[in-house]
Design a protein around this ligand. Structure first.
Ligand code: SF4
Length: 292
């Protein structure tokens, strides 16, 4: 297999088969991310993609799911992406479910009809690294997209019938803007109605502009308790039914389907953690994290 440099796969998806179709990230400027700092963006050569598919077909000819890599594989135009999906179906004729993580802006270069056609070829589920639904925050972290872009592109996905996830990055707005980040994100996510809402907590990794800003006193990170308060505020304002998924460092179990039925319980659990949780332990866990 032609896996190059850093690759990211969604940990909630099967680890096999994975098919890398791009290298690096087209944007590579989010202030909290170092994942692809040293990896120039490139489309994976078609010969490599075909060789990898042949290899997968030898091991798992009946594969029904596949995850496309790397940071934002759907950045390609329809004309480039469609032949890759056709090739997947040719080598893996039982393919039912193609999944990819990508940027919100990657949907913009495709029409609803093109998205429908990609869905017919098996593209069923996309995870969008939105991080926030708050314009101030999106600009602050250099996400290069606005809340209105998220609404527009998610609307196209809904129209085309492709399921999508939206991700909330807890803590990324810093102390001063925490509540706006939580409330505006929850309101925007509720409007977009994703199948899954994912949340993760900000860790300031060495080499990130946000850590440098924090060291200069220009960004004030949240304490562990403040992270939980922000997460609770986000949950309180989230009104769409969805699978709710969180990998907060607490280790408390908040993930599962039927968010609206479980919402009060989630808030209660977060409340308890805010009051009685061991914040030093949480801070220690975060200090030991090595990657997003
Ligand atoms: S967070 Fe995603 S979009 Fe932003 S730089 Fe990292 S990989 Fe690229």
């Amino acid at each position: 297999m032609h896996f190059t440099d850093t690759i990211y796969r969604n940990p909630y998806w099967p680890t096999f088969p994975l098919l890398q179709i791009t290298q690096g990230c087209t944007h590579n400027k989010c202030k909290f991310c170092t994942m692809y700092q040293d990896v120039p963006f490139r489309l994976q050569p078609m010969e490599w993609i075909e060789e990898d598919l042949k290899e997968i077909a030898e091991i798992a000819p009946d594969a029904k799911t596949i995850q496309l890599l790397s940071a934002n594989p759907l950045c390609m135009t329809y004309d480039k992406l469609a032949p890759i999906l056709e090739m997947i179906n040719r080598y893996l004729p039982k393919m039912e479910y193609i999944y990819a993580c990508t940027r919100v802006t990657d949907i913009a270069n495709k029409t609803v009809d093109q998205l429908r056609s990609l869905k017919e070829m098996g593209l069923r589920e996309i995870s969008l690294g939105s991080e926030s639904g708050d314009d101030w925050t999106l600009e602050r972290i250099n996400k290069n997209c606005r809340a209105s872009d998220i609404i527009e592109q998610c609307g196209k996905l809904t129209e085309s019938g492709i399921d999508f996830w939206l991700c909330f990055l807890n803590g990324v707005a810093g102390k001063e803007h925490s509540m706006d980040h939580a409330i505006h994100s929850a309101e925007l996510f509720s409007q977009c109605k994703p199948m899954l809402v994912g949340t993760g907590g900000l860790t300031l990794f060495p080499g990130t502009p946000l850590l440098e800003e924090s060291e200069r006193g220009e960004f004030t990170p949240l304490s562990e308790k403040e992270m939980l308060i922000e997460l609770k505020t986000f949950v309180e304002h989230l009104t769409c039914d969805c699978y709710f998924n969180t990998h907060h460092t607490t280790g408390i179990h908040l993930s599962g389907p039927d968010f609206l039925k479980r919402k009060d319980k989630i808030i209660e659990t977060l409340d308890r953690e805010i009051r009685y949780g061991d914040m030093d332990r949480l801070a220690a866990i975060r200090r030991n994290k090595r990657t997003l």
